[in-house]
Design a protein. Structure first.
Length: 729
């Protein structure tokens, strides 16, 4: 370490210099260093990662010494680059020979990109960023030598690369938390299950608040499952209590974090409300639109945004892509990855994950547990997992497996009829309206266009049947619009009758609510089982028909359809076989499991090749570029047939936001992003404007309505005069 006197002799300011400020609050560098010590020590202990403690201290001590450059003055908003000067001071005056520390100090405000020992690169990216008098030739020689040594050591010890980078991540969290003046925040040391939390009593109270009886026998079963191993995989019916079981399992593992992975954003938002009530602890969301959610709520925005994007919260609700992208080193992955250490990852309805994403995930969990001592525990759970997917999971993490699908033999919560009529047939629509007079109705269509048309036709019948609460939700709304729709759904679902909810596949897994009757279009048997789970959810049997399955007429003519025709033919055969003699729900599930599911071996081999090259390129340290075409091709997390755009009717609004001087304008503009089918992009008269930081989609054929979303006027021509859509400004 060096003293104030030594710094002064170098022509630098002393440790009492203000290095950070927040409004009227100021913090000297000496205090900032001490705060980082304490925060990083707490985080390392929380994650049972106390190796290399001196690394954290060295990073804290040396990383900001470049701010002692007299030209750097926070009060006068004079901030020449400081990281390169900090790294130079460390290299020349620390007496510590560790090229990795030099690299992390140099990069502590950027992604961890490769460090080339090329002379021109060093002159530009290191020496050229030092705005303080130094002897250039000797500096070039020393930095060149350090760069060569760095590239040698990162080749030789991959395990140390992982450890050092996680320590760097811990240090950076401490650095940022201190800079935000949040050093005393309880979240730093808080774990998912606070001492004194009586999980059983909390869950029991939640169950009884819904008018249900807490099942003591099942609770004891949860305990038995939890004691069976570090990794668990179980299948159980919808409404069985998978969420409670997963929480009980997680609570016995003393995890650093519980990271709950869900298939949809809607499911995340609903789960957050539930878990906050149950656990009385911080529950944070981390997904593509999570930053928009924080800004729209306008509560502790800066802190909440930081917590969301770092997996720092005791409980994190996220999507599969966020976990895999962290393992793959995208952007500042190091702020997240160390939080996976000693954590429990719960994968809900994992059968709905893209197979390539699941495959990459399993590869990384196995690798990081076996080679890098991550001690990740997992819970995989599903209502309808296919044996092929269970086999895939088992081949990588060997979980203790529990199968409760025999519970389906005790259940017959639905009785269905299958008709070769279309869901928009007038008689069917009338039946929907009549049924809604005595209960709440769920209508699921296979395409957005069909859902919109069904909704509009039902709205035409509202007055005749005195039904006022008809709601439409599908994927083709702006994030802001979809959020509003979900809030309406919460309110309408409290009604005992008179509510009709028209939706698409988004309703298959996103609803923790029960409907009295389901009208659904024909779909593969696995999807139908998911849809049936939205009906009569909290009962075991029914003697009355409560599901009507209808045949989409466009199947015979459509060039684009979301399901394979062979799968639909198989579903028809199964439905007709059991239509009048279904004894229990197990019979349909057994048919689904007996159908073959072939994983794409060619695609999996392609992924293996990519991961092999990834390991060589990154050395388990360097960040990767999200614009990498090969990475994009391998991932394909979000629907491959959609693109995110701003509808052109919102162009003036988005420009107004982007021209605003308020903070978070990018997030406010992002709230207007809307998924559209890829084929829209290639139509005649389509234009894409990308000078607004986000792609703006324009085509005179398409309109956006706050009521029905982004729609194709050619396909809804008979309704166009009655649709109120947003006019282009």
């Amino acid at each position: 370490m060096i003293s104030d006197l030594f710094l002064s002799n170098l022509g630098l300011d002393t440790f009492s210099k203000t290095s950070h400020k927040n409004n009227e609050l100021k913090k000297p560098l000496k205090q900032h260093i001490q705060d980082i010590y304490e925060i990083s020590d707490s985080l390392a202990s929380k994650h049972e990662f106390v190796e290399y403690e001196s690394i954290l201290k060295d990073l804290a001590w040396w990383h900001d010494l470049g701010k002692l450059n007299p030209s750097w003055n926070i009060d006068e908003a004079k901030k020449p680059p400081h990281s390169a000067l900090s790294a130079y001071i460390f290299l020349n005056y620390s007496k510590i020979k560790d090229p990795k520390l030099f690299y992390y100090i140099l990069k502590h405000h950027s992604n961890l990109t490769p460090f080339s020992p090329g002379v021109d690169g060093i002159r530009k990216n290191v020496l050229g960023r030092i705005k303080f008098p130094i002897e250039q030739n000797s500096a070039l020689k020393s930095v060149y030598g350090e760069a060569k040594d760095f590239n040698t050591v990162v080749e030789n010890d991959i395990k140390e690369n992982v450890s050092y980078t996680d320590l760097f991540g811990i240090f950076k969290i401490g650095d940022i938390v201190s800079a935000m003046f949040e050093s005393e925040n309880e979240l730093i040391s808080e774990k998912p299950f606070p001492s004194g939390l009586k999980l059983k009593q909390s869950l029991k109270k939640h169950v009884e608040s819904k008018g249900l009886i807490f099942d003591e026998t099942k609770w004891n079963l949860f305990q038995s499952i939890a004691n069976s191993g570090e990794n668990i995989l179980f299948s159980a019916p919808t409404g069985w209590g998978k969420t409670f079981a997963s929480l009980k399992i997680a609570s016995t593992k003393n995890p650093s974090h519980v990271i709950y992975v869900l298939p949809t954003i809607t499911a995340i938002r609903k789960m957050k409300k539930t878990l906050e009530k149950l656990l009385k602890t911080k529950v944070e969301e981390s997904y593509y639109f999570a930053d928009v959610e924080k800004v729209l709520n306008e509560k502790s925005v800066e802190w909440d945004l930081f917590v969301s994007r770092t997996f720092m919260s005791p409980i994190i609700l996220t999507t599969l892509d966020q976990i895999v992208l962290t393992f793959l080193h995208t952007r500042k992955y190091f702020l997240k990855r160390f939080n996976l250490r000693n954590s429990v990852l719960i994968f809900d309805e994992f059968h709905l994950y893209p197979h390539n994403g699941l495959y990459i995930l399993l590869n990384f969990i196995k690798k990081f547990n076996e080679n890098f001592n991550y001690n990740i525990k997992t819970v995989f759970m599903s209502a309808t997992a296919h044996p092929a997917l269970e086999k895939l999971v088992n081949s990588y993490i060997s979980p203790a497996q529990f199968n409760f699908i025999d519970e389906y033999k005790k259940k017959k919560r639905y009785l269905y009829s299958f008709y070769k009529e279309d869901i928009i047939n007038h008689d069917v629509l009338v039946e929907i309206m009549k049924r809604s007079q005595n209960g709440n109705i769920l209508v699921i269509c296979n395409t957005v266009e069909k859902a919109i048309k069904t909704y509009l036709l039902l709205k035409n019948l509202e007055k005749e049947y005195e039904i006022k609460n008809v709601l439409l939700l599908h994927s083709r709304f702006t994030y802001k619009g979809r959020r509003k729709k979900e809030d309406q759904l919460d309110e309408f679902s409290k009604l005992n009758k008179g509510f009709i909810f028209v939706s698409t596949q988004v309703a298959e897994v996103s609803l923790d609510m029960s409907f009295d009757y389901l009208f659904t279009e024909l779909a593969p048997i696995s999807s139908l089982i998911q849809r049936f789970g939205r009906v009569n959810r909290y009962s075991d049997t029914t003697d009355e028909e409560n599901v009507t399955i209808l045949y989409p007429s466009e199947l015979d003519t459509s060039k684009r359809y979301p399901y394979d025709l062979d799968e639909l033919k198989s579903a028809i055969n199964i439905l007709e076989k059991f239509e009048e003699n279904l004894e229990n729900e197990f019979e349909l599930l057994e048919q689904f499991k007996n159908n073959s599911l072939e994983l794409d071996k060619v695609k999996l081999k392609e992924i293996d090749k990519y991961l092999e090259k990834w390991a060589y390129d990154t050395k388990y340290l360097f960040s990767v570029d999200l614009t990498d075409e090969k990475l994009d091709k391998i991932l394909r997390f979000r629907e491959t047939n959609t693109a995110m755009v701003i509808p052109d009717c919102f162009t003036s609004k988005v420009l107004e936001i982007l021209d605003d001087e308020r903070k978070y304008k990018y997030q406010r503009a992002k709230a207007y992003l809307t998924p559209i089918p890829i084929w829209w992009l290639f139509l005649e008269d389509t234009s894409i404007l990308d000078e607004y930081q986000m792609p703006v989609f324009s085509n005179p054929r398409f309109f956006y309505s706050r009521e029905i979303g982004y729609f194709d006027s050619e396909r809804l021509s008979e309704f166009i005069d009655n649709i109120e859509y947003v006019k282009k400004m």
